[in-house]
Design a protein around this ligand. Structure first.
Ligand code: HGY
Ligand code: MN
Ligand code: MN
Length: 410
């Protein structure tokens, strides 16, 4: 059979997706496998088991990234694919998981056909892509590719003061493979779009041009607790009011700037959080993104000066820390064309587009030719238990991945 007619086994891919989704399963068909929790450990153990069953050479590095390599006729840099298997707390079963399991499916399809590629092929899953427990996101792939310093990441604490390095030990994935020096021949990540474009415009495949800039900051507002009933409005130092005002400003600014500017206040925690007590402290996070770095910096300056003014006016204190900051990343033009040409050759309608979400691929992009393949998300939903992608689209994405990896490794 001509290799261009080789196809993945969609039933096998779906059964792995469903099998992995049982770990950390939550109502509504979603998954909660936050990074470095026991659910993450169980998910890791299952995928590692599948990697061994496929006779891959499996390594675990010092921040828990797991890579399985299928030998080629030659040694040298592997053609890599992969993604993440950690999820947000209200996660779906495709975000990240699809990219890892489609990589295994590509390898099993090659094994079934006794195809030995010239170059080695690898599939990896990278620690803590989501960043919602331990910031920054793309932590594991960032260390893997030398963008983040290992020791600094191992010392990151979550909101409860748990340390990455300790949690990694606890789940048994503090590996000994060194980090920062792994270089791939090329890297391709299959991922659900997590947005509405492909479905609305009736495309099956997205050839991803790059990832927009990401700015994550946490603010701790310090006010004065007081009686909600007896304290005149002019005498208040209300941290809750300031947090709410910032949230409204983030949204107002995004609408005013327009274009690709987006802003989200995902976390608002008030202390003591009681109906009749003026909040003495508020903890909020701001996630702002833009495809244009200058515009993202403009948004950061604008929000920064708004926060300074409103804290002064309300007589509250403010401390902040940056949780993550990524400039926009562009993928390799030749690899983007390879995704488009491969998808078209397979008869799929393909659209070139940017990614709104961060991905592990963006950490590989500075070091090797990199691109991503998107498949539609039903109703554009993600980071939500209702996340869904139709089997025909899962198959389309995995078949594009298969053909690309064959093209690059034969
Ligand atoms: O937030 C993101 O873009 C990704 O899901 N970590
Ligand atoms: Mn993801
Ligand atoms: Mn995600």
């Amino acid at each position: 059979m001509s290799l261009s007619n080789l196809r993945i086994n969609i039933d096998r891919l779906i059964s792995r997706i469903e099998g992995l989704a049982e770990i950390g399963a939550i109502d509504g068909g979603g998954v909660c496998r936050m990074a470095l929790t026991d659910e993450d450990r169980q998910g890791r153990d299952l995928v590692v088991k599948w990697m061994h069953e496929l006779d891959l050479e499996v390594t675990v590095d010092q921040i828990g990234n797991v890579v399985g390599i299928r030998a080629g006729q030659e040694s040298g840099r592997p053609v890599m694919t992969g993604s993440h298997i950690d999820t947000v707390a209200s996660g779906g079963r495709y975000d990240g998981n699809l990219g890892v399991l489609a990589g295994l499916e590509v390898i099993e399809t090659l094994n079934d056909s006794n195809i030995i590629t010239r170059k080695p092929i690898g599939v990896g899953f990278f620690t803590n892509e989501e960043g919602s427990r331990f910031a920054p996101d793309m932590m594991g792939s960032g260390v893997h590719q030398g963008a983040f310093e290992l020791k600094r990441m191992l010392d990151v604490l979550d909101i409860d003061g748990e340390r990455v390095g300790d949690e990694l030990e606890k789940i048994g994935y503090a590996g000994d493979t060194s980090t920062g020096d792994f270089r791939a021949d090329s890297f391709f990540e299959l991922h659900v779009e997590q947005g509405p474009i492909l479905e609305l415009e009736d495309y099956e495949i997205g050839a991803v041009e790059g990832v927009q800039g990401i700015s994550w900051n946490e603010y701790r507002i310090g006010g004065t607790a007081n009686h909600a009933g007896t304290t005149p409005m002019r005498l208040r130092h209300d941290a809750g009011y300031v947090a709410a005002a910032i949230s409204i400003e983030v949204r107002r600014l995004a609408k005013e700037m327009g274009g690709d500017q987006i802003g989200t206040v995902g976390v608002t925690k008030l202390n003591p959080g009681l109906i009749n007590v003026i909040a003495k402290e508020a903890l909020i996070t701001i996630d702002m993104r833009n495809t244009d770095e200058q515009k993202l910096q403009e948004a950061e300056r604008s929000i920064g000066s708004f926060i300074e003014q409103i804290c002064k006016a309300e007589g509250v204190t403010c401390s902040s820390r940056t949780l993550a900051r990524f400039e926009p990343v562009l993928f390799d033009k030749k690899m983007i064309s390879l995704v488009s040409e491969t998808a078209s050759a397979l008869g799929f309608r393909v659209k070139s587009m940017p990614s709104g979400a961060g991905h592990d691929a963006q950490m590989f992009a500075p070091n090797c030719p990199t691109a991503m393949i998107f498949v539609p998300s039903q109703n554009g939903i993600s980071h939500n238990v209702a996340e869904y992608t139709e089997p025909k689209h899962l198959q389309a994405g995995a078949d594009v991945l298969l053909q690309i990896m064959l093209h690059k490794s034969l």
